[in-house]
Design a protein around this ligand. Structure first.
Ligand SMILES: Cc1cc2nc3c(=O)[nH]c(=O)nc-3n(C[C@H](O)[C@H](O)[C@H](O)COP(=O)(O)OP(=O)(O)OC[C@H]3O[C@@H](n4cnc5c(N)ncnc54)[C@H](O)[C@@H]3O)c2cc1C
Length: 386
């Protein structure tokens, strides 16, 4: 056997695992199989500086193309600048840096049809054997999860003149509220270039692309910006977990096959973002002494179930947002949240809330009717609310 570990899918999670393993275990024989023509697809992955530890920043830093020392949120009646750093990784950077480090350990345009503990089969019929397999083929939805969605369409645009913004506006919710909680997200990449995303916390996953493109054009015009060129577009519909059964979700995974990323439910339940968990998972894999199939499969299940348990509180908040609040009221929940202390907001996004934080988020004057909120405590009743 010439391969120790096959990584199926060269998206965010498996690219980070492969890259971290290459750094820490250079003699390990890896093979990343990606169906697309590059690693990472077409995304901009952002995260808060406070999400990661110094040791994690140290290895992820070569992928970071944009850094800001603060970010803003805007709601009717609340504008706030938070002095928490924000960082972005474009997928082209992941492709060039990780691709160069992995060299011929990456095979592009390789679609995998079957996965088992001893290897994979490609669409061409070719069989590849390995000591272990990590399946990182991304979001697989699934009947065992009750989901809402964070969906968006973003355009990276170039303006005729400098836009004048000095940092990200993570949520500009002063726009019309429709199809759920709606906001515009902007990342200024340089003085004339910006990513503008039309974003919804919505009950359904479908992005109305034509509406979003018009919305972005209108938003730019309202700000007094003239779009000279649309550089690229990206689109997503991220799972926001309201309730579910992680063990049943995993039940169809072949024995002794590990999973990574969204496929392993490794994402923040309230944002659908997965970069932070992907960094943590890559570190956990690289900390192993043995890379056999049983060890990695056990590790990935353990990390997945542990995150699932720790995210129970976030699923409760999601039920409040999606079930106790009507779609038109959702922005009130977020406005109230952004009035809380900076440290709590940072711990919320890092998935490291303290018991006091959890209490602080829900006590006080509730932005949604009390009894609808209480009904959300039970996932079963929340599923049928409204
Ligand atoms: C447009 C967009 C923007 C996002 N922005 C952020 C953000 O700012 N911050 C954040 O933390 N999260 C963000 N997310 C959410 C999440 O982090 C991403 O979806 C992330 O890419 C998920 O990582 P993953 O490795 O699990 O899956 P993916 O990155 O989707 O990787 C799966 C890979 O598997 C490949 N694949 C699938 N099937 C096969 C097959 N049969 N054979 C071979 N290869 C296959 C796919 O082509 C893909 O490359 C964003 C998502 C999207 C869609």
């Amino acid at each position: 056997m010439s391969t120790d570990l096959i990584l199926v899918g060269g998206g965010l999670a498996n690219s980070l695992v492969a890259w971290r393993l290459k750094q820490r275990h250079p003699s390990l024989r890896l093979l990343v199989l990606e169906q697309g023509d590059r690693l990472g697809g077409n995304h901009t992955w952002s995260f808060y500086e406070s999400d990661l530890k110094a040791s994690q920043h140290a290895w992820i830093d070569p992928l970071v193309a944009h850094r800001w020392p603060h970010y803003d949120v805007r709601f009717p009646g609340l504008e706030r600048r938070l002095p928490t750093g924000y960082r972005s990784i474009p997928s082209e950077r992941l492709d060039s840096v990780v691709g160069a480090a992995l060299g011929d350990a990456v095979r592009l345009n390789a679609t995998v049809t079957d996965v088992d503990a001893a290897g994979v089969t490609l669409a061409s019929g070719e069989r590849l054997d390995a000591g272990a397999v990590i399946d990182g083929r991304g979001d697989r939805g699934g009947q065992h999860l009750l989901l809402g969605f964070q969906k968006f369409l973003g355009q990276e645009v170039e303006f005729a003149e400098p836009h004048g913004r000095d940092g990200p506006v993570i949520m500009d919710a002063t726009v019309d509220q429709r199809d759920g909680y709606r906001f515009i997200y902007t990342l200024p990449f340089d003085e004339r270039r910006m990513l503008i995303e039309d974003t919804y916390y919505s009950d359904g996953p479908v992005v109305d692309q034509a509406v979003s493109r018009n919305t972005i054009a209108d938003y730019a015009a309202d700000q007094g910006w003239t779009i000279e060129r649309i550089v690229r577009e990206e689109m997503g519909s991220l799972p926001i977990t309201l309730a579910g059964d992680a063990r049943r979700y995993w039940a169809d995974a072949p024995e002794n096959v590990a999973r990574s990323g969204l496929a392993a439910l490794l994402f923040h339940a309230t944002t659908g973002y997965s970069l932070v968990e992907a960094v943590r998972f890559a570190d956990a894999v690289a900390a192993q002494r043995s890379f056999d199939a049983a060890t990695l499969a056990r590790l990935s299940r353990r990390i997945s179930f542990s995150l699932w348990r720790r995210q129970a509180y976030f699923r409760l908040l999601n039920r409040m947002l999606f079930r106790a609040a009507t779609p038109e009221e959702r922005w009130l929940v977020l406005r109230r949240f952004y009035g809380l202390r900076k440290g709590l907001i940072e711990r919320f996004y890092a998935g490291r809330l303290t018991p006091f934080d959890k209490l602080r988020i829900v006590v006080g004057r509730p932005p949604v009717p009390f009894f609808r909120g209480v009904a959300c405590l039970n996932p079963a009743t929340a599923g049928v609310l409204r």
